[in-house]
Design a protein around this ligand. Structure first.
Ligand code: ADP
Length: 266
């Protein structure tokens, strides 16, 4: 029973140990709760796109469409839902590999400017559907970094998809700057924000802010845990700043090694 807590009276080493054990028990309990919620959630998450795919495919198959415009609309929904399903399956796959400690990075010199443009292109339609604008603000010169381009793209996609999902109006801004010491990539939104007391937990696997809100917005609680894992595997750190009703910014910091190459493609 993880709810059992040690009674800690003293401030000496034994007391400190007691506090550590209590912290550990609390985080294990949180993990168990969120994991349970995850499995009931994931079946819903998988079922929703499949329902759309079947429904719209059937309408098209049975010739129940009046106009080309309508047909186009349905095909576009089918496409978007299949992309959603693909992301979900990829996240689950990555999660299982991560749990077995099997994720390997393909390290190469990568140009974050290209990664940003590719990722933004992929979520553009989603943003347009919600009438949100996405801006890119790049401050040249940006050095090439050692990293895994595919994983970095996934990191950006997860952050961008969250920014779009949790924003009702306004914009999403991707910013890239470099100083001598570090390259800094941030994704900001003008969305609903994250309560301060929840900020320490959002990078935990399966963790989702407020159950009612989580249900309303969909998602799995996996995105940010993968973001953190991938960024740290590439030597970076992740920070977050958020204000309720104002917006959220995720900041990725990659400290330069001495032998870093400068330059890159504009
Ligand atoms: P989810 O699949 O639930 O989005 P994540 O791990 O990506 O899982 O995020 C964890 C939680 O953090 C989310 O449930 C959401 O409440 C909160 N969150 C993440 N990104 C944002 C954001 N840009 N704005 C507001 N809340 C966010």
């Amino acid at each position: 029973n993880w709810e059992a807590r040690l009674q800690v009276g003293s401030q000496d080493e034994i007391g400190m140990l007691g506090h550590s054990i209590n912290d550990l028990a609390a985080s294990l309990q949180r993990y168990r709760d969120t994991r349970r919620a995850f499995f009931s959630n994931i079946s819903h998450e998988l079922r929703t796109p499949v329902t759309y795919l079947q429904g719209y495919a059937k309408v098209l198959k049975d010739g129940l469409v009046d106009s080309d415009k309508e047909k186009e609309q349905y095909l576009s929904i089918i496409y978007q839902e299949s992309v959603r399903l693909e992301h979900l399956i990829n996240d689950l796959f990555d999660l299982s590999k991560m749990e077995e400690g099997q994720i390997k990075l393909n390290m190469e010199w990568m140009d974050l400017k290209v990664t940003i443009k590719t990722a933004v292109q992929k979520v553009k339609l989603k943003a347009e559907n919600k009438r949100l604008s996405i801006q890119i603000d790049i401050h040249d010169p940006i050095p090439l970094l050692r990293g895994d381009q595919k994983r970095m793209e996934q990191v950006l996609l997860n952050l961008l998809e969250n920014a779009i999902r949790y924003t009702e109006k306004g914009s999403v801004l991707v910013r890239l700057t470099a100083t001598k010491e570090a390259t800094i990539l941030s994704v900001s939104d003008t969305g609903i924000g994250i309560p301060e007391k929840e900020l320490p937990y959002i990078f935990e696997r399966f963790y989702r802010v407020e159950k009612s809100r989580a249900r309303e917005y969909g998602g799995t609680g996996l995105g940010l845990s993968l973001v953190k894992k991938y960024v740290e595997m590439q030597g970076g750190t992740v920070r977050v700043a958020s204000q309720m009703g104002v917006g959220t910014t995720f900041i990725l910091i990659f400290t330069h090694e001495k032998k870093q190459r400068r330059g890159g493609i504009s």
